[in-house]
Design a protein around this ligand. Structure first.
Ligand code: SF4
Length: 446
């Protein structure tokens, strides 16, 4: 019989809006009317160009918005049996800091180097986190911290380094290790693959997947047949060649199964190690914010596409990355922009969030726009577009954990081979730094 905590969502977000009050009484609408759920064992990939509001949404869920932010809507955090639901948008700072952050919601931040304490070594920070979030104490603490580092492929011989001595990729792995310690019911991963090379991308997202579901991410990716056109686009992690992380060693380390075998032989019967990497219950979920579409394709059950602060498509990952493909014109063009697809950039630039056009925000860039698009389309049947094709029939998923198969049929490379499928990270006019343009909005929480 299914337990109640397996049925109710880990996170239910309804009508979430965030706007920033600027000088002169102007507003910037960073997130508008976002509605989605995360079920136990499910991974939702939130994708979109830089500045579309993805990270603001995550900050709102953790109560980490600046003082000039106003929010509306609700975000109910469920979780395992025995834990009280929490309304994240109205919870006080004391509740958030003592019972939510790290314990019930783990965060892999977008800027890990800034997130780490600069005057303490990675080992000291990991040991402190393990001590605070688990019942492990000395003498098992040291080994538990090392095991936590292993989960994120952080090399043991770098544990005594300070954050300023780490590359961007190693800082990312340290932050990931810290986020996984608490075994939180909800994991918010904000660009968790930034600065990682291809093998570590797969290792990292597989570990995140394993955090929410004991189901292996997929059979280990076979050793790639090198295609020069693909290999030349790999984004290197400066320390990957020298760091002693598991994913950098020869062999099928990118596969979860292979890595787990290696880890269990390393761990032996250490009870501390078992505590920080124990088999996971089902009542966990992952919200992965990313512009790395290959990573999203690898682990996501569903995909939410954001444009100009709004979710414009919410789709099964199999449908989105495979057939029939995205239904929203912007989402289709996102995939078309990838090197392994037609490599066609999206014409024009995203609108400034303080200067959103009336009606559909994508209209100035959309070749299907007509008079009807002057009216704002609502998210209906998973898409916010007046001219979207109807949803195609798809046999229902058996449950969270069955994800998109690797690679579109037309892709020239396997997931392991192909160049990093990332969205433009332009920091352009879509960024929320702009302070121009008033915006009328529904009542916001102060
Ligand atoms: S509503 Fe109109 S402008 Fe907006 S994406 Fe659909 S067709 Fe294009």
């Amino acid at each position: 019989m299914t337990r109640p905590d397996e049925q109710s969502p880990v996170l239910a977000v309804t009508g979430l809006s965030v706007r920033f009050r600027m000088r002169g009484g102007q507003y910037i609408a960073a997130v508008s009317d976002a509605t989605f759920e995360l079920r136990p064992g499910e991974c939702l990939a939130l994708v979109g160009e830089s500045g579309c509001g993805k990270s603001v949404l995550a900050s709102a869920l953790l109560g980490l918005l600046p003082g000039n932010a106003e929010t509306a809507g609700t975000a109910h955090l469920g979780g395992p049996a025995g834990t009280e639901p929490v309304e994240l948008l109205t919870a006080g700072e004391q509740v958030l800091s003592r019972t939510i952050r790290g314990r019930r919601v783990g965060l892999i931040p977008q800027s890990p180097a800034a997130h780490l304490t600069p005057v303490r070594t990675v080992r000291a920070q990991l040991e402190e986190t393990v001590r605070e979030l688990t019942r492990i104490r000395r003498p098992r603490l040291r080994r538990a911290a090392e095991t936590a580092a292993e989960r994120a492929a952080f090399p043991a011989d770098h544990l005594d380094r300070y954050p300023h001595q780490l590359s961007g990729g190693l800082a990312q792995r340290a932050a990931t290790a810290l986020a996984l310690v608490g075994d939180a019911a909800l994991l918010l991963a904000d660009e968790p693959t930034t600065g990682l090379d291809r093998d570590l991308v797969e290792h990292t997202v597989d570990e995140l997947r394993r955090h929410i579901s004991p189901t292996p991410a997929r059979a280990p990716t076979p050793a790639p047949v090198q295609d020069p056109a693909c290999a030349s686009n790999a984004a290197p992690d400066a320390d990957a060649a020298t760091a002693a992380g598991p994913a950098t060693s020869p062999g099928p380390a990118a596969g979860t199964g292979a890595r787990d075998t290696a880890m269990s032989s390393d761990r032996g019967a250490d009870p501390a190690a078992d505590t920080v990497s124990r088999p996971v219950p089902q009542a966990r979920a992952l919200l992965m914010i990313t512009h790395d579409l290959a990573a999203a394709q690898r682990v996501a059950d569903r995909v939410a596409v954001m444009y100009a602060g709004r979710i414009v498509e919410l789709s099964d990952a199999r449908d989105f990355f495979g057939a029939p493909g995205p239904r929203h014109p912007y989402a289709r063009r996102l995939l078309d922009a990838l090197p392994e697809r037609s490599f066609t950039p999206i014409a024009g630039m995203p609108p400034e969030l303080g200067h959103l056009p009336p009606g559909c925000s994508f209209a100035p860039r959309c070749d299907q726009a007509n008079d009807q698009c002057a009216t704002l389309p609502t998210l209906t049947d998973g898409v916010a577009c007046h001219h979207a094709p109807p949803p195609a029939y798809r046999a229902p998923l058996a449950g969270p954990g069955q994800r998109a198969e690797a690679g579109p049929a037309s892709a020239p490379c396997s997931v392991a081979d192909k160049p990093r499928a990332t969205l433009p990270d332009d920091g352009g006019p879509g960024t929320i730094a702009s302070d121009s343009g008033p915006r009328t909005n529904e009542a916001h929480h102060a």
